[in-house]
Design a protein around this ligand. Sequence first.
Ligand code: PDD
Length: 283
Amino acid sequence: METAYLNGEFLPKNEIRISPDDRGFLFADGIYEVVRWYEGFFFDMASHMMRLKRSMSEIRISWTDADTFPFVAQELITLNILQDRPALVYLQVTRGAAKRTHAFPSTEVKPTVYAFAKGFRPDSETMASGIGVILRKDIRWSRCDIKSVSLLPNVLSFQEARDLGNYECIFVRDGLITEGAHSNVFFVIKGVLYTHPESENVLSGVTRKNVLRIAREAGINVREIAVPESRITELDEAFITNTSSEVAPIVSIDNKSVGNGNPGLVTKLLQEKFVAEIRALKG
Ligand code: PDD
């Protein structure tokens, strides 16, 4: 029996009910966060908490108990007996339930706070051999820095990638490569590591931030500059980052090989260093 969290209570998941007037359902008026459980600890919970609070403040949702989230997440791991398994904890926060009108509720409404944990099996074979991606127009809104639950463009683009046998869809906006449907993207050209700078066009990935730090510590030349789509033929290496996949090498874009068609050396180095950091944290 799965246990989830709703508005202060841990409940059997199949007993949880959310109002049809919830603004998350009616308007996608909410944000979310995802943290990775590494069989003993959550990786960089502090950065996830900072992003959670920023997302809420940008859309003016006030969840006054936000600081309880690390405890809620830990409890969900325990209650669902996931302590010894790789798992993800999702948190969804919406503006709550109110009579339908675009404006925020005029009387004070409590946000709806829902969290659940799910075990998953990291696909180490795919992460070693690399992934294929497709490149498509960025059809999202102009505030991709907010981790909004309004993910329809991401869902449609990701599904197209999957329908074509690929792992991810990478977006292009005004000729510049931004990020993936559920990941940040990095490129290596002539030994220099590139990724889109933090801006309203990309999510500030927690994995992105840590990979940039690891790369700088390793003495890699890093430039937070967007790569134009026109330079795609010059790529020596490419990879995506996110909480569940960590560092995933890209070996093809729209069925054309990246570099020699195998995960690149810089990518593999960063993958190894990321995994080593996790191992060290496990102690
Ligand atoms: N997605 N960009 C987008 C659009 C994302 O949805 C994500 C994460 C990232 C990477 O962020 P982080 O490194 O903090 O996971 C970048 C998560 C995994 C998800 O939606 O499930």
